[in-house]
Each structure stands twice: as C-alpha cells, then as structure tokens.
Design a protein around this ligand. Structure first.
Ligand code: UGA
Length: 443
C-alpha cells in the first residue's frame, strides 16, 4: 500500500521503517532539510536498536523514501500518517500547531481519496480538528475529495521501538467508517498475524486511550516513589516491598521500579496535557496533578541526598555521574533526571564527570563546553578525581562494576544509586557507603 508519514521523529521514522519492511511503499516527509538529507545518506538522527539497518535496507530496496516535499508525499498515497510533534505550550496543553499545519498541507495537495491517520499523541477531539482543517482547504480549492481522518495512537517505547512496532501488544484504531477500518486492518495485517490485536473504537475513545495508558504507567511510578519515600522514613526496604506486592497478579511486577523520577518525551508531557484537557472539560484531575507533583519532587531527590551527605558543602566537589539518558537503550535526554541533577550540582558549585553509553553526543549538544562538566570516555574514567558516584540511568554496562576500583578512585567512597541496581550489603562490604531510593535509611 502506498503510505506517507509526516514527521520523522521517533514515532514517524520507526513506523515508516516498519511499514516499509512489511512491503509497503513509504514516503517520509519532514520540514527539516538537514534531517532528510541525512536520512537519504543513511544517517539516522536518533539511536534506536535495530532502526539503522531497517532504514538503510528499505531505503536501498526503494520502499522507503525521504523528502521535504508535501506534494510528493501526498501524491497517490492511500494512507497518510501525521506523526509530528505536539510540544506542551505554557499551560501544559499539547500544541497542535504542527499537526494542523500538516493537515492544511494535506488539504492543499490531496487529489485522490485517502485515509489520514493521527499517530501523534493528541488531545481528544483532534481527529475532528484535523478533518475540519483539511476540509477547509479543500473548500478553498473548490474541490470535492473523499477522505477520512482516524486515530491510531502509538504505544512504542524508546529503546524497544522497532520491536514494539513489529510486535505490538495492541493496535488501537479510532474510526467510524467501515472502509477506513478495512484499510487500517489491511495495512496492519502483517503485524497482526498470530492473534488479532486490533481494537476498533470511536475516535475520542482512541485518543483518550493513549493518554490513559501513559497516565496509568506514570501513576504506577509515582505511587512506587511515594512508597519508597515512606519506606525510608520507617526503615523499610522498598525493594522487598516491591517484590512483596508484585507477586499479586493484579499488581504485577512490571513498571513498579522506584527511582529518580520518570522522564522522557511522553509521560511528563502527557500527564500535564491530560490534566489540562480535563480542566478544559470542567474536571479537576486531582490524582494526575499529584502524580505530576510527586514526580517533580522525586527528580530533586538524588541532589538532595548528595547535598545532605556533604552537609550542603558541594562547592568544589566533583561528582561522577553514570548515565545521562532518561532511560537505558536510548540517547534521549528530554526531561531526564540527569539534567535536573546536573543543574542543581552546578548551582551548588560542584563539577560533574559524566559518562553514558549513548547520550554523550546529546549531552554535548545540550550543554556545550563548560568547565563544570567533563564528558568522559568511560564509566571508570568518570571516577577519576571524583568525590562520589551517582548512578542515574540503569544501563546494563553499569550493573556489575569493579567496586574495588570505585573505592580506590573516589575520595569519599560513596554511591548514590538512583535506580536501586546494586546490592547495598555487597557495596558496603567493599568499603563503600551506599544510598539507594527507599532502602531503609536516609542520609
Ligand atoms: C512511554 C510508554 O511506556 C510507551 O508505552 C508510550 O508509547 C511512550 O511513552 C509514548 O507515549 O510515546 P517511553 O517514554 O519510551 O515510553 O519510556 P518508558 O520506558 O515508559 O519510561 C518512562 C520513564 O519512566 C523513564 O524515565 C523510566 O526510567 C521511568 N520508569 C519506568 C521508572 O521510574 N520506573 C519504572 O518502573 C518504569
């Protein structure tokens, strides 16, 4: 099927590559000339396991094309995805500027019937807004073309995006017209072989499903961080509590890891946007406001702990940071706990020596050259001349470090484990003080 995707961010690029792999002819359109040139030359703008091979192979095979031309994208496409960004505006609402600009562009170019698919995470009602925007331009042009707008939210996780796209646990389609539903079923057929994972519903329900999923996951994390904070106060170990509650299948073991707070481009933005949508519709989403507030507090936790440990005297101290990305297997640092920690350390006069397996280029891009940030070549290099070590992102490469070397290199052998990946007893046996999240004792 001839398919077009507007937006070559995480969602757009991964979807485009996977649809091409399934045998469709896919055109990816983006306004960023440099990005499109790069993609045409095999330069993948993001780190995502498996994506590079998929893009390069399908591009070579002629099934995946990249262009800045909306006209080229729309011409002959049976399905047109909108997968552009929806950044939060000042009051937390999702900014639909890019989405509606693409919709108008589609209206300007459309010459044959097509199904337009909202893939971006957009507030309830956006299907209708996109429909109105396209129809408005068609009316201006004085042409009558049959088109439909459907919602098809994306549930992929960064770091596992290709896998999630190829083997989705559900494919939500928000559509009313039987022909549109049939087109979407056909497009997703190759990803839906073993078991029918397609859930068809009305567009507003599909739009809300996406926010509800992320809000539920964010709620689980804030809940666990809250319990971790209680555990610290009462002398309990959250890791024991986590195992104790996860064994109840109604709770489950997934997504109940306490830590340095959730980050990334989705949870923080989507929880805020849902609070805003609810408020606009006359409902105060108290639970979600608290989820957000608990997370904001949690993101300050590591710094508070380090500061307390050094009695607030951080000026002149050097802190080694392991991990900068908001989670492992990505180079994404958007809303990462590391960013807040770095800023707080710098404000207190400390220097950071940091290492991340994938996010070094991103860190350089974000912060540039500065005296109080040393971007190191390896995890062990980050320890050189440092006073303390803080584990911020739980990359596999950090799970079994050489504790003897850590003790030797740190002037005050202490580890602040922001993800509870180390065994406190083992660390302390090596002569290093240990502080985790919610593990029985605070500084
Ligand atoms: C999230 C959702 O998991 C995807 O299903 C969704 O499609 C995506 O947002 C999106 O809306 O596009 P992602 O942002 O890639 O995916 O990251 P997650 O793996 O969900 O992690 C989010 C944050 O929660 C990370 O900072 C992670 O460290 C934190 N987290 C996760 C915890 O602190 N504890 C946990 O138990 C799990």
């Amino acid at each position: 099927m001839k398919t077009t995707i507007f937006g070559t961010g995480y969602v757009g690029l991964v979807t485009g590559a996977c649809l091409a792999q399934a045998g469709n002819t896919v055109t990816c359109v983006d306004i960023d000339q440099a990005k499109i040139e790069g993609l045409n030359n095999g330069v993948i703008p993001i780190y995502e396991p498996g994506l590079e091979d998929l893009v390069v192979d399908n591009h070579k095979a002629g099934r995946l094309r990249f262009t800045t031309s909306a006209a080229e994208g729309v011409a002959g496409a049976a399905v047109i995805f909108i997968a552009v960004g929806t950044p939060p505006d000042e009051d937390g609402a999702a900014d639909l500027g890019y989405v509606l600009a693409v919709a108008r562009g589609i209206g300007a170019q459309l010459s044959a019937p097509a199904v337009v698919v909202n893939k971006s995470t957009v507030p309830v009602g956006t299907v209708e807004k996109v429909r109105t925007a396209i129809q408005g331009v068609l009316d201006e042009r004085g042409v009558q073309i049959d088109f439909d707008v459907v919602s098809n939210p994306e549930f992929l996780k960064e770091g596992a995006a290709v896998e999630d796209c190829m083997r989705p646990d559900r494919i939500v389609i928000g559509a009313r017209k039987p022909e549109s539903i049939a087109t979407m079923r056909k497009l997703y057929g190759p990803f839906n072989r073993q078991q029918d994972r397609i859930v068809v519903m009305d567009p507003p329900s599909a739009e809300l499903t996406k926010y509800a999923a992320n809000a539920m996951l964010a709620t689980k994390i804030s809940f666990m961080n809250e319990i971790a904070n209680i555990a610290e106060c009462v002398g309990a170990d959250i890791e024991m509590v986590r195992k104790g509650i996860g064994s109840d299948p109604r709770i489950g073991y997934h997504f109940i890891y306490p830590g340095a707070g959730y980050g990334g481009s989705c949870f923080p933005k989507d929880v805020k946007a849902l609070v805003r949508t609810a408020a606009q519709a006359g409902h105060e989403a108290e639970l979600l406001q608290t989820v957000e507030a608990v997370n904001a507090r949690q993101k300050g936790k590591l710094f508070q702990r380090i500061s307390d440990y050094f009695d607030g005297a951080l000026a002149g101290k050097t802190i080694a940071l392991w991990g900068l990305a908001f989670k492992p297997r990505t180079d994404d640092m958007r809303e990462a706990p590391s960013v807040e920690l770095l800023r707080a350390l710098w404000a207190a006069g400390a220097t950071a020596r940091a290492f991340d397996p994938e996010a070094m280029r991103e860190a350089r891009r974000m912060f540039g050259e500065r005296d109080d940030l040393v971007l190191c070549d390896s995890a062990n290099d980050a320890l050189t001349g440092a006073d303390a070590l803080v584990l911020v992102t739980e990359w596999k490469a950090f799970w079994s470090p050489d504790f003897a070397l850590i003790r030797e290199r740190l002037s005050t052998p202490v580890i602040f484990d922001g993800r509870n990946i180390y065994d406190p007893a083992l660390v302390e046996d090596c002569g290093i003080q240990y502080y985790g999240i919610g593990r029985g004792r605070s500084v």
